[in-house]
Write a protein that binds this ligand. Structure first.
Ligand code: PLP
Length: 388
């Protein structure tokens, strides 16, 4: 009977989510991830993937993955330190270190796991973490698993106050997303690093939405803002610009990476990345170093942002290919996204609890592989849905 009553409670909770337009449905794609995808038998333009460089279905990435499948097998059936390490893993780790300009890199099954592994390994009750209030859920959960004192900062003034009030801590770590995923805004890393210098704190950046696309060589926000040498720890995902499959990493000082290999639980107690994915990611990384893709992405971003602003939409300012189009009301954002899908343009509405209550938005994400016609069609679909 207990189980029946729990199930009843859960049904009520789900009904409440639906009533508040907060229920998130899933739409199966019948095609590879690409600027054009097939949903319910219809081809639509896709503006909601993290496929910034169009590598998720790139033939060279697929070929590399197929080759690895033949040569290296399907899975490792082991964690890394028992018998789950191939040269593909160590090659990918050293390639990432070179790309990011760091001493060493350790792979995880996801960036979520990377963030869950890092805090508890480096910090205990003698230490303090200072975390931006907009940070990704995986950072929040990772911090929760450590015994460090937790502080959430809202802005730089707040951060400085908290740095001043945690002087007695043994270690202090300031952690921020490089790019905030719901805002498309870039963290003020220069200012954060200057404060960290003044108060002798470490700096960690989760660059999942920036790696491969931001900065002169695509090395991310620390490169963009000229603080690569000051940032102690960078985490990131292989599940966005870098091929979009899965996998994540922690990169930084050799001692940190070494200790994570010995102590961090999602690394020690979870399977090694499949060879297919390591091989695909290596090729994705090669392709990501071609500046032409990044330039096409930034051109598309600038064009789309200008078009939408001219069309009278409220777009959060910035230069990132995440373009939040603000509606406020969750019902309105969902209604517009639904109408746009019917007219062949796939975008996603985000509402509470992913963004604050009353700040619902449609988050458009551009790819280097969208054409000018694709962008025009997206803007027209926004206009048609708004005035429908
Ligand atoms: C997407 C994202 C993650 C999660 O990455 P996975 O590899 O999919 O687990 C973590 N942090 C940030 C900031 C992200 O945007």
């Amino acid at each position: 009977m207990t189980s029946a009553s729990v199930r009843n409670d859960l049904r009520i909770e789900l009904a409440e989510l639906r009533a508040a337009n907060l229920y998130k449905p899933e739409r199966p794609l019948a095609s590879p991830q690409s600027p054009r995808v097939t949903i319910d038998g219809t081809e639509v333009l896709n503006f909601c993937a993290n496929n910034y460089l169009g590598l998720a279905d790139h033939p060279a990435v697929i070929d590399a993955a197929k080759q690895a499948l033949d040569d290296q097998g399907f899975g490792m059936a082991s964690v890394r330190f028992i018998c789950g390490t191939q040269h593909l893993h160590t090659n990918l780790e050293s390639r990432l270190s070179t790309f990011l300009g760091t001493e060493a890199t350790i792979l995880y099954s996801s960036c979520f796991d990377a963030n869950v592994g890092v805090f508890a390994t480096l910090l205990d009750e003698r230490d303090a973490v200072l975390s931006d209030h907009l940070n990704h859920a995986s950072i929040i959960d990772g911090i929760r698993l450590s015994k460090a004192r937790r502080h959430r900062y809202r802005d730089l003034t707040d951060l400085e106050t908290q740095l001043a009030s945690t002087r007695t801590a043994r270690r202090r770590l300031v952690v921020t997303d490089g790019v905030f995923s719901m805002e498309g805004s870039i963290a003020p890393l220069r200012e954060i690093c200057a404060l960290a210098d003044r108060y002798d704190a470490m700096v960690m950046v989760d660059d999942s939405h920036a790696v491969g696309i931001t900065g002169p060589t695509g090395a991310g926000t620390p490169e963009l803002l000229g603080v690569q040498d000051r940032v102690d720890i960078v985490t990131g995902t292989l599940g966005k610009a870098l091929g979009g499959a899965s996998g994540g990493y922690v990169s930084g000082h050799a001692e940190i990476v070494d200790l994570l290999r010995q102590r961090s639980r999602p690394y020690l107690f979870s399977n090694a990345l499949p060879p297919v994915i390591a091989a695909g990611a290596l090729t994705a990384l090669d392709l990501a170093t071609d500046p032409a893709r990044r330039e096409a992405l930034h051109q598309n971003t600038a064009t789309f942002r200008a078009q939408m602003t001219r069309a009278g939409f409220h777009v959060l300012p910035g230069e990132h290919p995440i373009v939040p189009v603000m509606f406020g009301d969750a019902g309105e954002a969902v209604r517009i996204a639904d109408r746009m899908l019917r007219s062949g343009v796939y975008v996603t509405a985000f509402s509470y609890p992913v963004v604050p209550m009353g700040k619902a938005r449609i988050r458009v994400q551009l790819s280097s592989e969208h054409s000018r016609d694709d962008l025009d069609q997206c803007v027209e679909a926004f206009l048609a849905a708004r005035y429908d």
